[in-house]
Design a protein around this ligand. Structure first.
Ligand code: HEC
Length: 230
């Protein structure tokens, strides 16, 4: 009897060791109770800073949208994002964060989709380390009288748009990954048409909430002032 137990133990350990070679992380069910309201000082805001990154980089057609749900992951809402592979308070143990640094087939996003920026990866780590909370209606400051490319417009586009509109095959063949490319769409009217949901244009960001009035005002004023690289 003892021998059988020992054998089983060895098999179990061997299986576990084999599994960990494949970089598998156990599926984790976590508490998804929303924690709405303003975030604490310097806290990351899920709704305005993190969700758009997931929606534009991960919840895309062919990847982790509801229709495709690769790896059983639908990364389009707080509840769905929290279903597995996130350890609140511990980014380094969260597969959803670790895959951003992987290579080969484990790397996310997969080419031809562009990598997240260092700043975006750091923001996701900070959000997970702060407890991966469902922070909404945060006091994120937006001033519609500020409409510079570097400080305002590019920040909006990099958060809400470049996940789809970058890489070697940008969605709709619209590249928004650098100033010159954005300028083209600004001057031909498509940028404003899309974010204002004007009839005749595809409504953007796709499959996500409309930008806030303040963000739309910043983009419109920047375009009206000549779409400068300022
Ligand atoms: C989840 C992917 C996704 C996100 C996020 C996204 N787009 Fe798009 N975009 C598309 C696709 C796909 C198309 C092609 C048209 C369509 O399928 O609706 C498109 C088309 C466009 C067009 C052309 C519209 C037209 O009618 O000519 C513009 C401009 C555009 N997007 C701008 C943006 C901007 C600005 C953002 C961010 C605020 C954004 N997109 C976010 C996927 C996305």
């Amino acid at each position: 009897m003892k021998k059988i137990f020992l054998t089983l133990t060895i098999i179990t350990i061997a299986l576990f060791a084999f599994n960990s070679c494949k970089h598998e992380v156990p599926v984790l069910i976590v508490n998804t109770t929303p924690q709405p309201g303003p975030v604490a000082n310097n806290g990351v805001c899920f709704e305005s800073e993190i969700l758009p990154l997931f929606q534009s980089n991960c919840a895309k057609s062919g990847c982790h949208d509801a229709a495709t749900h690769k790896e059983d992951l639908v990364l389009d809402s707080y509840a769905n994002i929290m279903r597995k592979d996130i350890v609140p308070g511990n980014a380094d143990n969260s597969k959803i964060y670790r895959v951003l640094f992987e290579t080969g087939k484990d790397k996310m996003p997969q080419p031809p989709n562009a990598d997240l920026t260092i700043a975006q990866k750091a923001l996701i780590a900070k959000w997970i380390n702060e407890g991966a909370k469902n922070t909404v209606n945060c006091n994120t400051s937006c001033d519609s009288n500020q409409f510079k490319y570097a400080a305002n417009v590019s920040v909006i586009i990099n958060t809400f748009c470049t996940g789809c509109h970058s890489g070697t095959v940008p969605s709709g063949n619209i590249d928004l990954s650098n100033y010159n490319a954005v300028k083209v769409q600004a001057l031909n009217g498509r940028l404003v048409g899309a974010v204002t949901h004007t009839a005749g244009y595809s409504a953007m960001p796709k499959d996500a909430n409309k930008l806030t009035d303040c963000q739309i005002a910043q983009i419109k004023k920047w375009v009206a002032a000549g779409a400068l690289n300022n």
